[in-house]
Write a protein that binds this ligand. Structure first.
Ligand code: PVB
Length: 302
């Protein structure tokens, strides 16, 4: 770790502190993620497996590149440092920036389209390796402002270390991007959970505010139901047999175009397909790349 010179603390992620540092050998900036693992003896083999998977996946330009993994013993405690390429902001900060008291201006539509394409590429890449992200949100999407690049960070750690209810800093983990099947306690969930999150992020870029800002699991479901209608067996076969299903108020589906008025009709169509209740009918990340919404995107840049 002597190779790296800490510059400043970037912030606190779900799994630990992130520092901006300079690699003395190359002069490049890197991001050091210090992971405090809750355990007594060494690093669990599942975590190591996940880190090696991360190394494989981060060969994609849409995934933040993991440069190396260093374990350091400090005062008898084993610390894990993940060394990543450094990006200059996250999507949350990017969406919030240039917004004064109230600024409902969407991000430029071409930028939303480009970010969505890169995000779908990243998620499709993970899914093709059988990896779920499970915690996609603007805060763990990193942005290279000068190049207009968006990359997924924090990949797969959700599975290696299990998603905590709270970060180690006691900040509450956000529910805003959580798929309804997860909120309803489904036992087997899969890749559609990430596509739901992508849909929520899509709407948030256009609205510059979260689509479903729930403050508890029940409130989160009610936000979803109020916009998309209370699900039933026709919309989503099997929904009433899920573990946490209850009787809810009956809402009718509202217009998505009205909820996200700055999106183009093809954007609204793609969003609707990402926010399908039935996970089996939700569009896949790979299919989303072929949606007409991306027809007029200059893909040569990717
Ligand atoms: N932020 C890997 N990584 C990063 N993780 C976070 C990064 C980063 N780069 C590589 N970069 C920045 C730099 C500056 C700012 C922000 Cl938000 C992110 C700024 O202040 O505008 N993680 C942060 C959390 C620590 C808050 C964002 O998720 C380690 C993936």
């Amino acid at each position: 770790m002597e190779r790296y010179e800490k510059v400043e603390k970037v912030g606190e992620g779900t799994y630990g502190k992130v520092y901006k540092a300079k690699d003395k050998n190359t002069g490049q900036f890197v991001a050091l993620k210090k992971t405090r693992l809750e355990m007594d003896e060494g690093i669990p083999s599942t975590a190591l497996r996940e880190v090696s998977l991360l190394k494989t996946l981060s060969t994609s330009i849409y995934i933040v590149r993991l440069l190396s993994v260093e374990h350091v013993e400090k005062k008898g405690k084993l610390l894990l440092y993940l060394v990543f390429e450094y990006l200059d902001t996250d999507l949350k900060k990017f969406i919030d920036s240039g917004r004064y008291v109230i600024n409902v201006d969407p991000l430029p539509p071409k930028l939303i389209q480009s970010f969505m394409y890169q995000l779908c590429k990243a998620v499709a890449h993970c899914h093709s390796y059988g990896v779920l992200h499970r915690d996609l949100k603007p805060q763990n999407l990193l942005v290279d402002k000068s190049k207009g690049l968006l990359k997924v960070g924090d990949l797969g750690l959700g599975r290696a270390f299990t998603v905590p209810l709270k970060c180690y800093t006691h900040e509450i983990v956000t529910l805003w991007y959580r798929a309804p099947e997860v909120l309803l306690g489904t036992f087997h969930y899969s890749t559609p959970v990430d596509v739901w999150s992508v849909g929520c992020i899509f709407a948030e870029m256009a609205k510059r505010r979260p689509l479903f800002p729930g403050s508890s699991e029940v409130q989160q479901l009610l936000h979803i139901f109020r916009l998309l209608g209370t699900p039933n067996e026709n919309m989503w076969p099997g929904v009433t047999r899920l573990k946490d299903w209850h009787i809810y108020p009956q809402w009718k589906p509202q217009s998505l175009a009205h909820a996200v008025p700055t999106l183009s009709p093809s954007g609204v169509d793609l969003l609707a397909k990402m926010l399908q209740y039935d996970p089996a009918r939700r569009i896949s990340a790979k299919a989303a790349l072929d949606h007409p919404y991306f027809d007029d995107l200059d893909k040569s840049q990717f």
